[in-house]
Every structure is written in C-alpha cells, then in structure tokens.
Design a protein. Structure first.
Lengths: 325, 245
C-alpha cells in the first residue's frame, strides 16, 4: 500500500505548505509501513524534486507534459488518480490551498473515496479512521470518520511540523496519461503579486479595521508588515467599503487564516471576524474601545488610539529587527 | 441559457455555536438559517447572466423541509424554480451525488456553487459534482462573463489571480466578489410563493464519511494588557515571552 501526496509547485518551487504535506504523508506511511509516494506535476528540476525526499518521500513521480505547465483541475486530478490507483494508495494527501481545493474533490469522486478538507490532525486509527477538522470557520472542531477504503485528506497549511528525514528516493518520469478532452478549461494568464507575502501562508499577519478611518492610513499596517515580514489583511467592513481588496478580507465569509501571530488594529472583533482568525497561535489587539469583544479573545492588548500607538510599535519592531539582522 | 445553482442552508454568521447529544449534534435551537452567503452570490451572478442572455435559473438544495425558507428566499431573489432533494445533507459526497443524479438528464449550460459552505467549510461540492457529471470545474471565481458558449473568468489562486476560459457546460464555485447580493423586493417575495418548488426523493446511500463528534475550542486565558504609553513593550513581549517574532 502507499500514501500519496500531491507536491504542489509554484513556478517550479515547492512552498512550505508542500513540505508540510510531504512530512504529513511520510509520517502516516511510516506508521503503517507503507511507501510515501510524492507526485509533482509540471516543470520542476531534479534538484528541487530531491527536496521531497528530504521530507520523507520514498518515491517521486515527475509528471511532465507541455500542457501541464499551467494548472487545469480536471487534468491534474486525473493524472494523480491514475497514479494513486496503480500505486495501490490508501490515503491521498493534498494541502488545502486553492489548487488543493480544486483537485481533492475530483480525486475523491474518481476513486470513490471519502474526503475531509481542512484536516488538522493525524488520522486516529484505533477504531476506524478518524481525523479532526475545523468547522463553522474555526468556531468549532469536528471529528470525522472516513468509511471508504481510499481516503482523500486536504490538510490545513501552517498546522503540521516539517519532518526532515533524508531518504533514498527513486524518481519515475510520467506523462500523465492524458488526452485533449482532459483540457477543456484553458488558462490564459496568471498574475502573482511579487514580493508580497501570501496571506494564507504567512506566519505573521497585520490586519486593520474601520478604526483606521480610511485607506490613506494603511501605511501604518504596511509599515509594520514590512518590518516583520508579515502579510496584510483587513476586516469585512474595510473590504466592503473598498478601502482594501476583497482578497485581504479575513473572517467567516472571507479568508480563514492560521498564523503564528495575528495583529488586529482597529477591529472590534465581531464573532464572524474572530471565526476566521482565532486559530492563530498568538493574537494582539489594539483598540481604543476597552469594551471591544476582541480583548476577550486576544493574548495581548492595548487600549489606545492606533494613530498614537502604532508609530511606537513600528519603531520598536524596527529596532528589534536591526538587533537581530 | 439554463443555469443550476446549488444552495446550502446554513446557520447565520452571527450564530454562537453549541452542540447537543454529548457533542454529537449541532444545536439548532434558536438558530436563524440563511442561504449560504457564497451560494447567494452565485445565484445573483446567474440571474445577471440570464437577464443579459435570457434563460432560466434553477436552485437546488439537498435538505429537509426546514430548508424551504431559504429556498423560497432564493425564489424571491429571482430564481425561476427550485428543487429540493428530500434528505439530510450528511456530507458533501452525498450532496454532490444527489445533485448529480438530478442534473445528469437536465442539460444545464452552467452549474454554480459557492466557494464553501460557512458551516462545514469543505468546498468540495463543485469538484465532486463536476467529476460525477464528467464536466470541467473551476473553483474560486471572482468574475464570470459568457459569450457564444464560452465563459471567461478570473479565479483566485495562491498569491494571485488567474484568467481562464472554458466552454460550456462546466461547474464553478463563487467567491465574494462575483456579485453584489440582491435584497428581494415585495414583488419577488409575493411571486416566490407560487413559483414551482419540486421535492424529489434521494437516491443511493453512499455514506463515505460521518461526523462522529464536535468540540469547541478551549477558552483563551486572560488578555495581557499593555499601557498605550508603553506600546513598545509589546514588541519585547512578543519576542521574549510569546516568541513569535
């Protein structure tokens, strides 16, 4: 039997979320004496592929085909499902990124596999096969039993530790075994912000709310984010008013994040907002209203005017970074 | 154009989540249910498209009779007709199978879902349904235009955006920016009462997963307060005590 992991790359590089997924799959494989099989799709060089062995892959499929250089959900899912079937897979692991979310359900339907998304635990196999996931956008957890022989798990990024465990690895070249009918969607153009830290992958997130009074004051958020190497985010009212793009909106109807450190500046902490951020390890709130509900959820708080407090914090952060540069 | 929009009936976003039956069941007492917000935006975009290109918008829900208030709201917003598959929506796999069974003989040009439901956060129905129907799928779209049977879309990807096209039919899931929600007007509400709502029985019994129990997150300890005049101490604490920067 084998544990399959999809090793997602962005422009030929594996991100931390991919390393986490490989570590996770390798851990399950080790426990069951199974083989950990990583599948990379698209153009990734051999040196990068070898990274997957570092995190525990025993076997790597390097799926290459000119048409696979851009992401097409139906083609990627088919290529992975075919390898999973030929490798006798019991579990297929993907990271719950936009790409992972696009392919995991298709793979599940192809293999008639039960699927759990947003997984935050290793499988508990003491009786049956159970995993824990977040539900109600972080307001609660659910333990889900998967009853099928093959299982698909989409694991939450920033949840599992990296496990370095250099192994000898074999790389198998594969063309995906696809036909033209697997490429009905046609990618036209990909634009990625350069030099910006991606919100869902960020260790530190600096977020602003209505308390900042207007988009012209966002330099306070950006300045602290730049200093700490953090991503920027905002509350729902801020994106609804068009001060910031919707892609920065964190909360129950926006992006759910799981950062090491979340900074909420001028955000009162409505239940919908807390739902999307409270999986973060440490939360800081700065708000001039001492009754703001966020103070009940946060680890550190300052009751004060953001316009007076933030410059001091930015200066202190710069000093700290200079000392540890 | 014949469009199908899949809607889920979910607890309102302000709901305080509690459980009953030794943490095995979500406590629905006093909870207000709504159309899943992303599904409502998918519906709105579908209506905008059929207003421009002519056509019909059917909404489908897999749920028990208590979901009918949300279904009627979808009709009030402007859906042409509705289908309810009479079954408890146990997991996304089951829900997708029910919708696939209904949709396979209906020749929809486009099927839309929300990005995810705000209760179970799976985001699986779009991909499952597409695979079951043998159609392409595009998840997380924030724009959608259709011309001469071909859709042009943008979708969110990790760290950016992708522009892509796909010929009809296919399945797509909606993000927040796809449309502005519409408030139903009085005429819509009145006409929703008489619009067709068909109830069909569920097929198959492929239960691939089951939620065994729930748990609420542990309560946070108290918040350590720092005086605003000593704001710089915060950075020191985050570095030496919390060790997160």
């Amino acid at each position: 039997m084998s544990i399959i992991v999809f090793a997602e790359n962005i422009d030929g590089n594996f991100k931390k979320a991919t390393h986490e997924a490989v570590s996770y799959a390798a851990e399950i494989a080790k426990k069951n004496n199974d083989t950990c099989v990583a599948i990379s799709i698209g153009n990734v060089n051999d040196e990068k592929l070898a990274e997957l062995a570092k995190f525990g892959a025993d076997k790597i499929f390097n799926v290459k085909n000119d048409k696979l250089n851009s992401f097409v959900a139906e083609a990627y899912s088919k290529a992975i499902s075919q390898i999973a079937a030929s490798e006798n897979a019991s579990v297929i692991v993907v990271s719950n990124t936009y790409t992972g979310k696009a392919i995991a359900p298709r793979i599940a339907a192809k293999l008639k596999a039960g699927i759990v998304s947003g997984v935050i635990s290793f499988p508990d196999t003491t009786s049956g096969f159970k995993v824990r996931k977040t539900v109600f956008s972080g307001k609660a957890f659910a333990d889900v039993e998967v009853k099928t022989a093959v299982k698909v798990l989409a694991i939450t990024p920033n949840t599992f530790a990296l496990n370095e465990n250099n192994k000898a690895v074999s790389i198998t070249q594969n063309d995906g075994g696809l036909s033209d009918t697997d490429f009905i969607t046609t990618p036209i153009e990909v634009t990625r912000a350069t030099g910006k830290i991606v919100l869902t992958e960020a260790d530190v997130v600096i977020s602003g709310g209505r308390g900042l009074k207007g988009p012209e004051n966002w330099h306070l958020i950006e300045n602290l984010a730049d200093t700490l190497g953090a991503a920027t985010a905002c509350s729902k009212p801020v994106s609804d008013m068009g001060w910031r793009p919707h892609s920065e909106h964190v909360g129950q109807t926006g992006i759910t994040i799981k950062a090491n450190l979340y900074f909420a500046i001028g955000i009162s902490g409505a239940i919908q907002h807390l739902a999307g951020v409270s999986s973060s390890k440490v939360m800081v709130v700065i708000n001039k209203d001492p009754e703001a509900p966020f103070f009940k959820a946060a680890d550190y708080g300052i009751v004060g005017d953001a316009f007076e407090v933030m410059p001091k914090i930015i200066e202190a952060a710069k000093k700290l970074k200079a000392q540890h540069a | 154009m014949k469009i199908l929009v899949c809607i889920s009936n979910v607890p309102d976003t302000t709901t305080k989540i509690t459980f009953t039956g030794d943490n095995t069941k979500f406590n629905t007492a006093g909870v207000q249910f709504i159309i899943n917000p992303y599904d409502e935006l998918a519906l709105t975009r579908a209506l905008e498209l059929t207003e421009k290109l002519t056509g019909t918008v059917t909404v489908i829900n897999v749920g028990l009779a208590d979901a009918e208030a949300s279904i009627r709201k979808a009709l009030a917003i402007g859906a042409t007709d509705a289908v309810r598959v009479n079954a408890e929506p146990t997991d996304a796999y089951f829900v997708a199978e029910q919708i696939a069974a209904y949709a396979k003989n209906e020749n929809y040009d486009l099927i839309l879902t929300g990005r995810e439901s705000i209760d179970y956060n799976g985001g699986q129905v779009c991909g499952l349904l597409a695979e079951m129907l043998g159609l392409p799928s595009v998840n997380a779209i924030n724009s959608l235009e259709i011309e001469n049977g071909v859709a042009t879309m943008t979708r969110d990807i990790d760290g950016g955006r992708e522009k892509l096209s796909c010929k009809l039919p296919f399945v797509a899931s909606a993000l927040q920016e796809l449309a502005e929600a519409r408030i139903p007007n009085m005429r819509g509400i009145m006409s929703a009462r008489t619009k067709p709502l068909k109830v069909v029985e569920a097929t198959g019994n492929d239960f691939t997963s089951a939620t065994v129990s729930f748990e609420l997150p542990a309560a946070k300890g108290s918040c350590k307060m720092i005086a605003p005049e000593n704001a710089e101490q915060l950075i020191e604490l985050l570095h030496t005590e919390a060790k997160v920067i």
